[in-house]
Design a protein around this ligand. Structure first.
Ligand code: IMP
Ligand code: MG
Length: 188
């Protein structure tokens, strides 16, 4: 049996609370804050979060990864950088999962060194607190996970599949077999 980690309703409720908190924390910023989505995993969460933010915000995205298949490789691969001017602005990085912390810390360092933002905050749907290889703070957490299981659904993928599922789960053997057979079929 697959293990449900967050239902659609739980995701909606978490996003509503986080959106409210962020709106209240950032309502008096001098410059309009910017939400920076880490593609593609955080796309669904970013959209859900944005529905619940009621102050003026800017948005942009980056695409980078330290993942290949189901394991964090520790190597950062850049695919798309941001286009917005974040100088003097508060930036909230929106992530799906903070795991080893490598991606988020590399991104923060890159932004701080190149664009002089006012400050950088991190909002992540999941925080796998016991998987850190580098120190990484998450300012807004959807759900804290003590055990670092591999999750899929709601943006989180298994070889690009299952991003469209509206809940998050830990796949079992039969789920993975089904997904593997889709991957095999696509290769033909
Ligand atoms: P980190 O650099 O190890 O912190 O990895 C963070 C990135 O790995 C996130 O942006 C996720 O996209 C990806 N990731 C971490 N855990 C999972 C997971 O359980 N399922 C899918 N992707 C994950
Ligand atoms: Mg990601």
């Amino acid at each position: 049996m697959k293990e449900l980690v967050l239902s659609k309703e739980e995701i909606e409720s978490i996003s509503a609370h986080l959106g409210e908190e962020i709106s209240s924390d950032l309502k008096n910023e001098e410059k309009t804050p910017l939400l920076l989505c880490v593609m593609k995993g955080a796309l669904n969460f970013m959209a859900e979060l944005l529905k619940n933010i009621d102050i003026p915000v800017l948005t942009d995205y980056v695409q980078l990864s330290s993942y290949s298949g189901v394991k964090s490789t520790g190597n950062i691969v850049w695919k798309h950088t941001l286009e917005s001017d974040i100088k003097g602005r508060t930036v909230i990085i929106v992530e799906d999962v903070v795991d080893t912390g490598i991606t988020i810390e590399a991104l923060k360092k890159y932004l701080n060194e190149n664009f002089a933002p006012k400050r950088i905050l991190v909002c992540s749907l999941f925080d796998k607190i016991n998987a850190r290889k580098v120190e990484a703070k998450v300012d807004y957490v959807g759900k804290t996970l003590a055990e670092s299981k591999f999750l899929i659904g709601f943006g989180l993928d298994y070889y690009e599949l299952e991003r469209n599922v509206n809940y998050v789960y830990v796949p079992d053997e039969s789920d993975l077999e089904k997904l593997d057979s889709i991957i095999e079929k696509d290769k033909r």
